[in-house]
Write a protein that binds this ligand. Sequence first.
Ligand SMILES: Nc1ncnc2c1ncn2[C@@H]1O[C@H](COP(=O)(O)OP(=O)(O)OP(=O)(O)O)[C@@H](O)[C@H]1O
Ligand SMILES: [Mg+2]
Length: 495
Amino acid sequence: MAKVNTSLNDERTIELVQRKGLLAGRYKWQILRLALARSLKMTTPPGEHYDFGTSDGKEYSLEQVCGEGKPDDENFTDLYRLLISNYHQQDLFADEEMFIRLLQRHIRRGLDEFRTSWRESHDFHEYLYQSLFSNLNTAKQQDRNAAPLPLLEMLEEIGVRGHIKETIDGSRLTRFMLHLPDANDLSKLKRNLDTLAFSLGLQEQGIFTHETNQPKVIGLDVPRPASSWHSQGFHEQSRWIEQGKSTTFLLPVYPGVDVLGKPYSFDLAKAPHLLVAGTTGSGKSVLLHALIASLVQSCTPAQLQIYLIDPKRVEFTAYKQLAHLAPEGLVTDAPAALKLLKELAGEMERREQVLADAGVRDLEEGLTKQVIQLPFIVVFVEELSALLMESQDTETYLVRLAQKARATGIHLVLATQRPDADTFSGLLRSNVPSRIALTVRTAAESRIILDETGAEKLTGRGDMLIRLVGGNVLRLHGVNINADDIAQLVKMTRK
Ligand SMILES: Nc1ncnc2c1ncn2[C@@H]1O[C@H](COP(=O)(O)OP(=O)(O)OP(=O)(O)O)[C@@H](O)[C@H]1O
Ligand SMILES: [Mg+2]
């Protein structure tokens, strides 16, 4: 008889929900039903990659999943069939095999959603309630087909006439391709984006414009309610890393996807130093975890050594056993951090000598010519301002590293809640040329980070604007890496 198959990852999620979601007395199949409900709330269909469970997963009978064969008041098979038929606009009463396949896809995607968007420190009931029922009354307005209408009305209110040529759903936003017959309306539109966002009830989230190559067409990126977001997690990131193995990047990192859902990567070695800034809860720590996860999956410990400076003492402790962590590489107080930065400055000078002796310009050349065998070093700082407050010397050493360490293969990733002139100014600012702004409080903070405004209007939770050295600003949605993923990552690398 037909069954619904899961993977080991799915089973872990189910157990986690039972254990940490206060559903201990519940059966596993009850969690599957919740996952089905979650997936049916999402606007795009689940992918075919859910078709096959894994041999270390489990099988669930239709009796468990739907109550098939049970008395009428416990048998939901036809109800589920109807809901899924409706979702896919397909008659599943006539196609049993397809019904079961789609049922499994939805259940497994729902579990993936739990895994990537629910944090075990948060109340599961509340999370589920929010993701199933919040925005219920605005859902109609945000419906993919219905949305252009109020948008056009609102545009008319600001004196802009146009029509929607196409709508494209990204993972958090919908891009409306707006044709403006009168090109003069463009500046009017740009001037009035805040009014438009207000009319659409977007609160502090903003509408971003996107230049296109079609004549008189501008893209409007309008955020959707959080319940319809698709999140990307560790699982997806691992897949991108696997697929990207052939790139020539020295230190490949995969922070997330672009607005239309395409994975984005860059070479941290070319950055060559990165500032990550955003208000509390904007997703800095999760982003640092995503960067660490990329590096660790792409490089061996012989190729890369990581240092973690965490004055808050909360975020990095899980990495203690990471194979790539340098000896004494986890530092949790400011005096020890200062000592470490001094040692790294010493290491930089030692490496400069090694490079000079080998007659090469930088570590990359030394590695290519196989005359040098040294690992790259990446230093992550969880809260820059906490470090700088400790001592003037900290800044001096950071600046020295930022100015010269690149050639020797030492790179900095500095995170801060406070992207103000005290924390990030002068020499540090001019020597850390790559920047990521998560949501910030003010337009002025956005300007300090990116030299332009916008980051104050992001949707939060890993939504970011990135500007790599010398490049344009690009919007990304970050992968969500949780505590389980980090534990798994560390386990994978342990010798
Ligand atoms: N990429 C993401 N996708 C989905 N949710 C996310 C993402 N990034 C962050 N979040 C959510 O936002 C919460 C806060 O993220 P995080 O702890 O990284 O913020 P932070 O900027 O480090 O905050 P703080 O400054 O207080 O340390 C997370 O617990 C998670 O629920
Ligand atoms: Mg944090």
